[in-house]
Structures are given as structure tokens and as C-alpha cells.
Write a protein that binds this ligand. Structure first.
Ligand SMILES: *[C@@H]1O[C@H](CO)[C@@H](O)[C@H](O)[C@H]1NC(C)=O
Ligand SMILES: *[C@@H]1O[C@H](CO)[C@@H](O)[C@H](O)[C@H]1NC(C)=O
Ligand SMILES: *[C@@H]1O[C@H](CO)[C@@H](O)[C@H](O)[C@H]1NC(C)=O
Ligand SMILES: *[C@@H]1O[C@H](CO)[C@@H](O)[C@H](O)[C@H]1NC(C)=O
Ligand SMILES: *[C@@H]1O[C@H](CO)[C@@H](O)[C@H](O)[C@H]1NC(C)=O
Ligand SMILES: *[C@@H]1O[C@H](CO)[C@@H](O)[C@H](O)[C@H]1NC(C)=O
Ligand SMILES: *[C@@H]1O[C@H](CO)[C@@H](O)[C@H](O)[C@H]1NC(C)=O
Ligand SMILES: *[C@@H]1O[C@H](CO)[C@@H](O)[C@H](O)[C@H]1NC(C)=O
Ligand SMILES: *[C@@H]1O[C@H](CO)[C@@H](O)[C@H](O)[C@H]1NC(C)=O
Ligand SMILES: *[C@@H]1O[C@H](CO)[C@@H](O)[C@H](O)[C@H]1NC(C)=O
Ligand SMILES: *[C@@H]1O[C@H](CO)[C@@H](O)[C@H](O)[C@H]1NC(C)=O
Ligand SMILES: *[C@@H]1O[C@H](CO)[C@@H](O)[C@H](O)[C@H]1NC(C)=O
Length: 815
């Protein structure tokens, strides 16, 4: 999603693979991509560069004092307020961000009783160029020479402070109240000095929704190992009722503070201060986090970091990342270094979330895995989940189980659960295409992956049929959907169900895809033919908001809002596009009078990924369609930084012009992505942008809830996809690969147009799509590329009847 501002403007021998040692892919990851400031309406990516394992609950990193700070960190010279235990990846929404809980802050050059514990007096600048971030490790150094380091496991980890002059004091603030959102609503801190342990509980606001959540922390300060003789020499607590206090009295020897729950954030600043004596000049602390209790937070630390062994924790984290990264293997030395850096940095970010909160579910007892940071399915269904489907079904099976378990316990598939609470629904219930995708790809392995397909299917049907009391939190407005076959504008729902009745046009388009996902699951899971037909029929309802009479820039036919009586409600098709001449509100709010969420009719009119032939027809046939896609890009309607634009560079495939998609994808990649801190065109959105770039680099684009991927021209000469369930290694090689094609506008003499595709030695009849079975099947795919000499357009997708990618209306997806 967009930030609020922007939306207004328009191995180590990894387990299982014993072949020749893989290169160390972790060294290729640049964690600072996408960490620029998003201030003043820009979007900095909001990437999180701290210490974390794949899908970690604990994401340890430093926090800046200025907003926006959605991921805590910004790569500028802002002051740092602490190093805290949890963060999100690339989210939009609240510019203050969520999480950033229970920060620590090291202090020196003060005596215990007069240390500056208040947030505004303690905050510090970093010395220039001292930030270091690699998979499993983060470090920075303040201008006063104090060094901060972190490494972590799933729910625990180690933080180390190195003091430049131990004699000047070695103090650590344990901050109870300051999360990124400054949203403390109550909690407590308890200090056991002889045990060297501090336990915390806090209630904070979720960052994208109206609810709060309660989280627990545990810090241990006395390492059991004799190598670090670290003793607590002073301790106490502090509190002030004012968020702007700069001088706060420290109560020596005080061991606890309790703040009763308040229904809105308080301005209290509070925490503990500990002073140390340590022979090494460092203070090492072990932390654990939990959503269950502070005792469980302490137990998590003990379970996951029993020996306080820094190098073991860090090495284990690196090994987990290597295992993830080597599932997309390239020959590093042979490829373009920038592409390699973009690829591995993207693969890294695409596996930071969803977060594995298994055994940390505060709401219901279940043996199912529990995952969180689905922030939001609207962002991630297009690319994050399809990428997991190719290489990582073991993780994906757990995540899909968590979606299904959400339905089992709430009646609906979760949509934007984050900070453990339901967030705002942005459009459709976009867990539906995720579950549909799992059904079509892993139906015959579901048991092994721990997913009940009966429950998965019932979750889809219930979400497609039932309307929750508040469909702004979860589910869909099926009352309207089933009565009208579109979402009417200015309609008062007599059922009493409530929600946010905006985004009528884009919700219609997304509900149609959601129903297609049910149809696909019904087919894959051998449900009744009647179900297949019903949901297939309903998936065509996107046509019901097509107003053929609307024209824009000489093109006719646009998706539009529609009243309950069938009359269309006009909005200018360029409204909410990047070149909207009139200010419009384009987010969720009731001031959105355009009907599209974070996008324009120009852009959303291309949205029917399951039946693109219908869109081609509605737009007047292939040749007009091609001109229209060209115009969408050249006029400036393309909004690279947000999800509704993701598939459009590939749309030419559906008009038999894969050569144009190939050109366009290169153009989009080289104009919008890079290895700098501003290298992501929008918020990373829980890895959605990262997974998108991965697909562009691999020359693939997934069609939601189907076994088809569009295929194009990769930006590497070969890659191997490893699937961790099938234990397959599929080699995709570009024959004739030409590095001169790696630019925004490659010359016609460059070889990068797909000339043939050969699967295990057999030439395939389609140059435009490839099946999931092939891409995960363990064979060899050869993509032969050529320059434009014979006219790439002449080849098209091929001449056979099934050369075009499938569309439901033209008979596709029949099995
Ligand atoms: C902080 O960074 C900004 C932007 O790069 C720069 O203009 C400013 O001078 C810097 N301030 C300090 C104190 O370094
Ligand atoms: C916030 O937390 C309190 C106490 O845990 C709870 O009663 C309340 O329902 C929560 N939600 C909101 C929106 O206040
Ligand atoms: C705090 O406790 C220590 C050790 O028990 C004691 O020596 C010291 O006097 C106490 N400080 C205050 C201010 O009570
Ligand atoms: C700090 O530790 C040193 C030895 O490492 C010891 O000599 C000194 O007495 C200790 N100081 C305090 C206040 O405990
Ligand atoms: C999630 O956590 C559970 C419980 O520790 C563990 O069994 C599982 O392997 C984890 N999954 C991933 C993908 O890390
Ligand atoms: C599919 O369902 C039909 C009807 O319920 C049944 O006859 C058939 O055996 C099923 N096929 C498979 C492969 O399960
Ligand atoms: C699906 O649509 C077709 C064509 O309109 C219609 O004949 C059929 O009855 C519909 N099926 C269902 C289950 O709604
Ligand atoms: C349909 O309803 C809209 C909004 O109330 C109204 O402006 C329009 O005139 C109606 N159309 C017809 C044909 O009644
Ligand atoms: C894929 O196969 C080709 C041909 O055998 C080989 O040259 C290449 O190294 C393989 N690619 C990778 C990434 O291993
Ligand atoms: C494409 O390559 C062929 C063979 O190398 C060459 O003859 C032709 O001129 C090239 N075409 C273009 C458009 O550069
Ligand atoms: C072409 O590839 C698709 C899968 O990508 C496969 O279903 C089809 O059978 C292949 N055609 C031939 C002639 O091998
Ligand atoms: C399709 O047929 C045309 C005309 O016969 C030919 O020029 C073209 O190369 C063919 N395309 C493919 C992919 O075989």
C-alpha cells in the first residue's frame, strides 16, 4: 500500500543439498535498499535492515526519532532513540509505524543518578558510515563511540553494547513505553537485580487498524558464562507523566512500575536504568519476546539462546538465510553484479514476513502454525505467495495453515492481520487467491504440508458467501455482491452489516478474482461441478462495471462505479492516477469519491488476471489493447510503486506480443529499481515489491490461483530453482544471453527476444506461458533469445491454439 502522503498525491552446505558447495549468497544481500526517508510524500521503501531470521517474530533494529519510520530505521542522520525488538517490513499506513517495542538505550559519560533517560535527552546521532547490516547481524556506532550490535533467533536474541570508555560509566536504559507509534496504553516492568532480569508487559496500538495488542519482553543481563564478567552495580526505575520531559528522576533500587490500562495512548515515559561493571567493556544482554506472557518471553530466550553464544546465534541465522537464498541459484561470477545484488536482496526481503508466531497465539488454542504480519494480503497475494509456492512450500504450507486456522476460529480468512490484530481490509479478501493458489499447486501434497483441504475449501466458500458484521476488518460485503453481481455505489446495506462503503469499483474487480480462486480450488479439490460453475460464473462479474461509453485519451470503455439501479456513476478515468489534474482522495476513506483504491480507472480497468482475453475484447481487440497499454505507460498512468500496477508490464502477452512485455519489463526494472537506499519505487509492502522484482529478473510472472506463469526474458543467463518439498532443481538457461540487453531501452541489436522455449529437449508450442509443473519439475528449460532481426513480433506467443496464456472466458483453466 502507499503511505498516506503518497496516496493523496495521486551455504554453508544448506540442509538437503549436498552437491558442490553453494557460494555464500548471504554476502550478496544489501539490506539498505529501500531505507531512504519517505518524508514529504515520497516513499522510501520502509525496508527493515536489522537482525532477523527468515519469517522471524523478533526483528531487532534501531529506531529514529523522526516520522516516517515505519520500519524503525531510516538511512539518514536522524537521531536514534533505541534498539528495539520487533518491526515490520516495508509497510505503509501509519507513518509512525508499529512495533519498535521495549527499546534499550546505552548511556555513558553520566553517573547513575543523573543519566539522561528521557527519550529526547538520551537520543543520539550515529557516527558517519558506521551502520553495518548483513543477514543475521546489525551494528551501528554513535558519535560518542558507543557501539550497538544485534543478532537473533525466531523469538529471542542477543544485543551487545561496547563502551568506548568503561570508566565513564556503562549504563543501559530499558524503555517500557516508547514504541514507534508512541502508543503505550499501559503495562508494567519488573526488575530482579540479583537475577539480572527485567520483565516487561505493554499494550500498544496496532499500526493499521483501531485495536491494541499486548506484548511481553524479557531481558537477561547476567551471562552465565565466565568469559564476560558483567555485574549490575546500580539499578532503578524512572517515570514521568509527560512525553516531553527531558529530565526524569531515577529512583534507585526501585524494582517495579505498573501503569493501568488506558483506552487511549498515554504520554508516560517510564522504564528501568541499570549500570554495569564489566571487565570487557561490553554489556551483553539476552532478550526474549512473547505475545503470551513475560514468563514465556524469558522461556523463549532460554530455549532459543541457552548458551548466550553470539557466534552460534549469528551463524545459525546466516545458515537459515543461505538455505532460503540458495533456492534461487545463479552463477554469481557469470552474471551482472547489479542484477545479482538486486536478486538476492529481493529474495531476502521477500522472506522476512509473514512472521512465524507459532505457539505465540494469544487468542485461541490450536495445534496449527500461527503466522502474523499479513500486512496486507492485498499487497502480498500477487507476488510474495506465488514466489513461496515455487521454492518454499514447506514454509508456505505453514502460512496457508495459519490463514485456514484464522477462518476456523473467526469464520473468515484473515486479510490484514498484523500486530496480531485484524487490520483494515483494502479491497477484496485477498487471502482467497492465496488459498486458491495453494489448492491448485499443492492439493496432492496438502496432508504432508499440514493443510486440511476440506477446511481450506470451506474457508474459501464461507468467505465467498458470508458477510461479517464488519467487513472493514475481515471478509467481504457479500450482501451487495450476491444481490447485484457488483458492489453498488451509494447503497445502504439493509442487512445491518457495516464496513467502509468506498472503493466500490476496485472491490468489484477483486471480489471477482476471489470467486475465481474458489472456482479453481473447487476444480483442483474435486468439489461439485455446480460449485465450479457457480464461482466461475461469478468471477465474470468484473464485466458488470464496464462502462463502454466512457472515453479517455481516445480509448473507450472503462471500469466505473455503478448505482444500485444499474446507472453508472462517472469518475474521470485519470482520477487518482499519478497525473491526475484534480486533487482526489484515493485511499480507503469516505472522501474517496472515485471508487478505486490507491489507483485509477485507467490502471484498474486492466484487472482481470483470470480472464485477460475478456479485457482485450472489451478494449476493442488486440491491436487497440496494445496501443492502450503503450499509452498507459507513455502518458504516465503507470504507478510503479503500488500493487495494482504489478502485472501490467506483462499484459502484452495476452495480445500475442511477448516482445513488447519483454521490452517493458526491462524498462520498468531499470527505471524504478536500484541498489541504492531509494532503490524501491514504493513501500516494499511486506516484500511484495521484492518478490515482484524477483519475478521480473527471472522472466516469470505468476497468474493468481492458477498453475500458469507468464514467461519472458530473464536478466540472468541461467538460474536453478530448488523446491524444498519436491527436492527438485529446475535449471532455466537463456541460450544466447546478451548482457547488452540489461538496460531500460536495449538496442534492437541486443539478443533478448524469446525465439524458442525448449523443455527437456522438446520445443514448446508457447513462448508466453509455462506451467508450475515444469518450473518446479526438476528438468531443464532453455529459453533461446535473439535480436529483432526476424521481427520478434512475428513470432508472437506461437501458432498453436494454446500458445496464448489461458483466460477463463476463452476456455482456459479447464483443468
Ligand atoms: C543531515 O542530513 C541532511 C540531508 O542529507 C543534511 O542536509 C544535513 O546537513 C545533515 N545534518 C547533519 C547534522 O549532519
Ligand atoms: C485494548 O486493550 C484492552 C485491555 O486489554 C481491551 O479491553 C480492549 O478491548 C482493547 N481494544 C481496544 C480497541 O481498546
Ligand atoms: C540501594 O541498594 C544498595 C544495595 O542494597 C544500597 O547500598 C544503597 O544504599 C541503596 N540506595 C538507596 C538510594 O537506597
Ligand atoms: C568492577 O570490576 C573490577 C574488576 O573487573 C573491580 O575491581 C571493581 O571493584 C568493580 N567495581 C564495582 C563497583 O563493582
Ligand atoms: C515456525 O515455528 C515453529 C515452532 O518453532 C517451527 O516448528 C517451524 O519450523 C517454524 N517455521 C519456519 C518457517 O520458520
Ligand atoms: C471426484 O468426485 C467424484 C464425485 O464425488 C467421485 O466420483 C470421484 O471419484 C472423485 N475423484 C477423485 C480423483 O477423487
Ligand atoms: C452459469 O452461467 C451460465 C450462463 O449464463 C448459466 O447457464 C448457468 O446456469 C450458470 N451456472 C450457475 C451454477 O450459476
Ligand atoms: C439511478 O440512481 C442514481 C443515483 O440515485 C440517479 O442519479 C440516476 O438518475 C438513477 N437512474 C435511473 C435510470 O433511474
Ligand atoms: C544450468 O544448466 C546449464 C547447462 O547445463 C549450466 O551451464 C548452468 O551452469 C546451469 N545453471 C546454474 C545456475 O547452475
Ligand atoms: C541480429 O543479428 C544478426 C546476426 O548476428 C545480424 O545479422 C542482424 O543485423 C542483427 N539484427 C539487428 C536488428 O541488429
Ligand atoms: C508445453 O509446455 C506446457 C507446460 O508449460 C505443457 O503443458 C505442454 O504439454 C508443452 N507442450 C509440449 C508440446 O511439450
Ligand atoms: C508462426 O507462424 C508464422 C507464419 O508462418 C511464422 O513466421 C512464425 O515464426 C511462427 N511462430 C512460431 C513461434 O513458430
Amino acid at each position: 500500500m502507499l503511505s498516506p502522503h503518497a496516496s493523496l498525491l495521486f551455504l554453508l552446505g544448506a540442509a538437503g543439498f549436498t552437491c558442490a558447495a553453494s557460494p555464500d549468497f548471504t554476502s550478496l544481500v544489501n539490506l539498505f535498499i529501500g531505507t531512504a526517508s519517505g518524508a514529504n510524500g515520497g516513499s522510501g521503501g520502509n525496508a527493515f535492515p536489522g537482525a532477523a531470521i527468515p519469517h522471524a517474530m523478533a526483528k531487532v533494529g534501531i529506531d529514529v526519532d523522526t516520522a516516517p519510520r515505519q520500519a524503525g530505521y531510516i538511512h539518514d542522520n536522524s537521531s536514534i532513540t533505541g534498539i528495539s525488538l520487533m518491526h515490520d517490513e516495508g509497510t505503509g499506513g501509519n507513518t509512525n509505524g508499529g512495533y519498535g517495542i521495549f527499546p534499550l538505550f546505552p548511556l555513558t559519560d553520566c553517573s547513575f543518578s543523573s543519566c539522561p533517560v528521557a527519550i529526547d535527552s538520551r537520543k543520539a546521532k550515529r557516527a558517519a558510515n558506521t551502520d553495518v547490516a548483513t543477514p543475521g547481524y546489525f551494528s551501528t556506532t554513535f558519535v560518542n563511540g558507543l557501539k550497538l550490535e544485534a543478532t537473533s533467533t525466531r523469538r529471542a536474541g542477543l544485543i551487545r553494547f561496547t563502551y568506548p570508555n568503561p570508566a565513564a560509566g556503562m549504563h543501559v536504559v530499558v524503555d517500557l513505553t516508547h514504541d514507534l507509534g508512541r502508543s503505550f496504553e499501559g503495562g508494567n516492568i519488573n526488575l530482579d537485580r540479583s537475577a539480572g532480569q527485567v520483565k516487561l508487559q505493554g499494550t500498544f496500538l496496532q499500526s493499521y487498524g483501531t485495536d491494541n495488542y499486548t506484548v511481553f519482553g524479557c531481558y537477561d543481563f547476567l551471562s552465565p558464562t565466565s568469559s564476560n564478567e558483567q555485574t549490575v552495580v546500580d539499578s532503578g526505575t524512572f517515570q514521568s507523566s509527560s512525553s516531553s520531559s527531558t529530565t526524569i528522576t531515577i529512583n534507585p533500587n526501585s524494582t517495579s512500575l505498573t501503569f493501568p490500562f488506558t483506552s487511549s495512548p498515554t504520554s508516560v515515559q517510564a522504564g528501568a536504568l541499570l549500570s554495569f561493571n564489566s571487565s570487557s567493556g561490553t554489556v551483553l544482554t539476552r532478550f526474549g519476546a512473547s505475545f503470551i506472557s513475560s514468563a514465556q518471553a524469558c522461556a523463549n530466550a532460554q530455549e532459543e539462546v541457552p548458551d548466550w553464544d553470539w557466534s552460534a546465534v549469528r551463524a545459525a541465522s546466516v545458515a537459515k538465510w543461505q538455505d532460503v537464498l540458495q533456492r534461487v541459484a545463479v552463477e554469481v561470477d557469470l552474471e551482472d553484479p547489479t542484477v545479482v545484488e538486486l536478486l538476492y536482496s529481493s529474495l531476502y526481503r521477500a522472506s522476512l514476513v509473514p512472521a512465524n508466531l507459532t505457539s505465540e497465539n494469544p487468542y485461541w488454542k490450536s495445534s496449527s502454525p500461527f503466522y502474523d504480519s499479513f500486512f496486507c494480503s492485498w499487497d502480498t497475494f500477487r507476488t510474495v505467495h506465488p514466489l513461496l509456492s515455487l521454492t518454499s512450500p514447506r514454509e508456505w504450507g505453514e502460512i496457508v495453515s495459519a490463514y485456514v486456522d484464522g477462518w476456523r476460529n473467526t469464520g473468515f480468512i484473515p486479510e490484514c492481520r498484523a500486530n496480531t490484530k485484524a487490520g483494515y481490509v483494502q479491497g477484496g479478501s485477498d487471502g482467497m487467491p492465496i488459498l486458491g493458489d495453494f489448492a491448485v499447486k499443492y492439493n496432492s501434497h496438502a496432508d504432508e504440508l499440514g493443510v486440511s483441504t476440506d477446511d481450506l475449501y470451506q474457508a474459501l466458500v464461507d468467505t465467498a458467501e458470508n458477510t461479517p458484521p464488519d467487513w472493514y476488518q475481515v471478509g467481504r460485503q457479500n450482501t451487495a455482491w450476491k444481490q447485484f453481481d457488483y458492489i453498488p455505489t451509494a447503497w445502504v446495506d439493509p442487512s445491518g452489516a457495516t464496513g467502509l462503503a468506498t472503493r466500490e469499483a476496485s472491490r468489484t474487480l477483486e471480489y471477482a478474482l476471489g470467486d475465481f480462486a474458489v472456482r479453481q480450488a473447487a476444480l483442483a479439490l474435486n468439489k461439485s461441478g455446480a460449485d465450479v460453475e457457480l464461482y466461475g460464473n461469478r468471477s465474470f462479474a468484473f464485466k458488470n462495471i464496464w462502462d463502454p461509453s466512457v472515453t479517455s485519451d481516445g480509448f473507450s470503455g472503462f471500469a466505473q462505479r455503478r448505482f444500485a439501479n444499474g446507472t453508472f456513476a462517472f469518475s474521470p478515468p485519470d482520477a487518482c492516477s499519478p497525473i491526475d489534474p484534480t486533487p482526489h482522495s484515493c485511499a480507503r476513506g469516505t472522501d474517496n469519491n472515485v471508487g478505486f483504491y490507491e489507483s485509477s480507472s485507467w490502471e484498474y480497468s486492466f484487472f482481470a488476471p483470470h480472464s485477460m482475453s475478456t479485457i482485450v475484447d472489451l478494449m476493442g481487440g488486440s491491436s487497440t489493447f496494445i496501443t492502450r497499454v503503450d499509452h498507459y505507460f507513455s502518458k504516465g498512468y503507470f504507478l510503479a510503486g503500488n500493487e495494482p500496477s504489478f502485472a501490467i508490464p506483462w499484459a502484452y502477452h495476452y495480445a500475442g506480443r511477448p516482445d513488447l512485455s519483454t521490452l517493458r519489463v526491462r524498462n520498468v526494472v531499470y527505471k524504478n529499481f536500484g541498489t541504492g537506499i531509494g532503490g524501491i519505487p514504493g513501500n516494499d509492502d511486506s516484500g511484495a515489491m521484492a518478490a515482484l522484482l524477483t519475478f521480473h529478473i527471472l522472466g516469470l510472472y505468476p497468474v493468481p490461483a492458477t498453475r500458469q506463469l507468464l514467461i519472458g526474458s530473464p536478466l540472468v543467463s541461467s538460474y536453478v530453482l530448488k523446491n524444498n518439498l519436491f527436492q527438485t532443481e529446475t535449471n532455466i538457461t537463456v541460450q544466447g544471453f546478451d548482457r547488452t540487453s540489461l538496460s531500460a531501452t536495449p538496442a534492437a541489436s541486443s539478443r533478448f527476444f524469446v525465439k524458442s522455449i525448449t523443455i527437456d529437449g522438446t520445443p514448446n508450442e508457447s513462448l508466453c506461458w509455462i506451467s508450475f509443473d515444469v518450473i518446479t519439475g526438476g528438468g531443464n528449460v532453455v529459453i533461446e533469445v535473439d535480436n529483432d532481426s526476424i521481427g520478434a513480433s512475428a513470432r508472437g506467443c506461437g501458432n498453436s491454439t494454446n500458445a496464448l496464456p489461458d483466460s477463463l472466458e476463452s476456455g482456459g483453466f479447464s483443468a
